[in-house]
Design a protein around this ligand. Structure first.
Ligand code: FAD
Length: 486
């Protein structure tokens, strides 16, 4: 028997959870509770949207955490399986639901599914309440004077700031009156849940790195605001300091909302210095919205060059070079440290993401889509909009992207952003004994030093897989020869 509090005579309302695994600042849940009707909470295992890789593992953890949180309040997260528009419509009918609440999705599949579901439900006489929850501002709300979507971040950000703070956060409902599950609907729920996607091979460190409850997300936010916001401008580019917020996986799974982050950071900006740091941080959060705005208007963001001249780029198709990059065996210590951090933990510092992306696309002349897909498989924060937009940014193929001719030198970046090699030593243990001045260029170590520290170039650690100067020249030449280059 369920311990849920019942209201048998009133129709229930249904809340659909998708990538918003939290109770606080959840407009759909809050709206459902406000009706005063009993609530059914539902999650759909939908083959069209179910993800594998590290993100699949992470979302499954977040879903379990939500189920536990609902259970603590005396309720149940009901699991359905199948195509969302079909199974939710069928379940809602069987349960006698009169309104379905959800938070809006902006990716092509999510949008198509929700449009179809809304039509089905309304045909059945069931109302739909869709809510804004994922972003600071909905993608269509910030437009140029000409009414078109912005194509440049700085102009978009200025317009976003002019709109003032995003709406206030909603509290978690103090009490949820859960509906009992009618017998007809019970038959449609899963008794046994599908096995959660495992962590990808080698990524076991992710388990300890990413505790996964709404409270953990809040703790991460509080720690960042108290300990690191004050030096965000100075340190956010330093992988060795590791003082960015590390909120991306929590935002991705919706264990906390962007609005919650915004307000926590804005409220903490009590001095001019803090306000300056807060503004920089908020603009980074703004990039998240900007990415989702791009995906909303460019649904093929993850596979189409937004600058069509790049359709003619003569990408190399070398499985050996791609594998060396993926496995952190390129011979460039910062690139390898980043790729190994990603492999082991499902996360990588933003500065290093930019360096490895530039290295793959420019020095290895490999199609950015290879990198995008590898990140999608390995990141615990793998996000369809942020990942695709950033890859197109790094490769120079996107709108408002870093130009192709800006090619990061992985050695220079390493010297600048990991000056003592602390980050490299963490992820590339073969180089731990290397003196600071050679940690970025271990191939320059002379024979006597190598003997002294027991280092065999090419055996202990790979020699560089490409010559930076040569590869840079080829990348620039290929770009100059693109037809219709702008
Ligand atoms: P903080 O510096 O603390 O920033 C706070 C938040 O702002 C982040 O959590 C994130 O939501 C947002 N943000 C910061 N930088 C960016 C940015 N450049 N673009 C969009 N949003 C940003 N981020 C993802 O969340 N998912 C991805 O799949 C993803 N793929 C990326 C791929 C590449 C090639 C690059 C260069 C960047 C990618 N990013 C992605 C953006 C960025 O690297 C991460 O959001 C950031 O490293 C997360 O760490 P943090 O939360 O400590 O960041």
């Amino acid at each position: 028997m369920s311990a849920e509090k019942t209201h048998p005579s009133v129709s229930p309302v249904l809340v659909l959870f998708r990538d918003d695994f939290r109770l606080a600042d959840h407009p759909a849940l809050f709206g459902a509770c406000t009706t005063g009707q009993p609530v059914l909470c539902v999650y759909v295992h939908d083959p069209e949207t179910t993800r594998g890789g590290a993100i699949g593992w992470w979302l499954a953890q977040a879903c379990t955490a939500l189920a536990d949180a609902l259970s603590e309040k005396g309720g149940t997260l009901h699991h359905l399986s199948g195509h969302t528009p079909d199974v939710v419509a069928e379940f809602a009918q069987a349960a006698g639901v009169d309104t379905v609440f959800w938070n809006r999705r902006y990716d092509p599949t999510g949008k198509a599914q929700d449009t179809a579901l809304k039509a089905r439900l309304e045909q059945q006489g069931i109302s739909v309440q869709s809510c804004a929850a994922r972003l600071l501002h909905e993608p269509w709300t910030i437009r140029t004077g000409a009414g078109t979507p912005y194509r440049v971040f700085t102009a978009w950000w200025k317009a976003a700031r002019a709109m003032g703070n995003p709406g206030r956060c909603l509290p978690a409902p103090r009490q949820i009156t859960f509906s009992p599950l009618p017998a007809d609907a019970r038959a449609l729920t899963l008794r046994t849940l599908p096995p959660a996607p495992p962590l990808p091979a080698g990524a076991s460190a992710a388990e300890a790195d990413w505790p996964c409850t709404e409270a953990d997300a809040q703790d991460t936010l509080t720690t960042f605001v108290e300990d690191n916001l004050a030096h965000y401008i100075q340190e956010h580019d330093r992988p060795d300091k590791d003082t960015t917020s590390r909120l991306s996986p929590y935002l991705r799974a919706g264990l906390l909302s962007a609005r919650q982050v915004w307000h926590a950071v804005s409220t903490a900006a009590t001095t001019p210095a803090l306000a300056e740091n807060a503004e920089k941080f908020l603009s980074e959060l703004g990039w998240r919205d900007f990415a989702w705005m791009q995906l909303f208007y460019e649904p093929d963001l993850a596979w189409r060059n937004l600058r069509p001249e790049f359709d003619h780029m003569p990408w190399q198709k070398s499985p050996a070079l791609l594998a060396a990059w993926q496995q952190g065996q390129t011979g460039y210590p910062l690139v390898d440290a980043g790729m190994r951090q990603l492999y082991a933990t499902g996360w990588m510092h933003n500065r290093v993401r930019m360096v490895v992306a530039s290295f793959l696309t420019k020095h290895l002349l490999t199609d950015w889509r290879e990198g995008e897909q590898w990140f999608q498989a390995r990141l615990v924060d793998a996000d369809p909009a942020q990942n695709a937009m950033n890859w197109q940014w790094c490769a120079g193929t996107g709108i408002d992207a870093s130009p192709w001719f800006r090619i990061f030198n992985p050695v220079g970046q390493s010297e600048k952003f990991d000056p003592t090699g602390a980050y490299i030593r963490t992820w590339v243990p073969e180089l731990r004994q290397m003196p600071d001045k050679l940690i970025h260029t271990p191939w320059k170590a002379d024979a006597s030093l190598c003997r002294q520290i027991g280092f065999t170039p090419g055996r202990s650690y790979p020699n560089p897989i490409v010559d930076l100067k040569l590869a840079r020249g080829i990348a620039l030449e290929c770009w100059k020869n693109l037809p219709d280059r702008k």
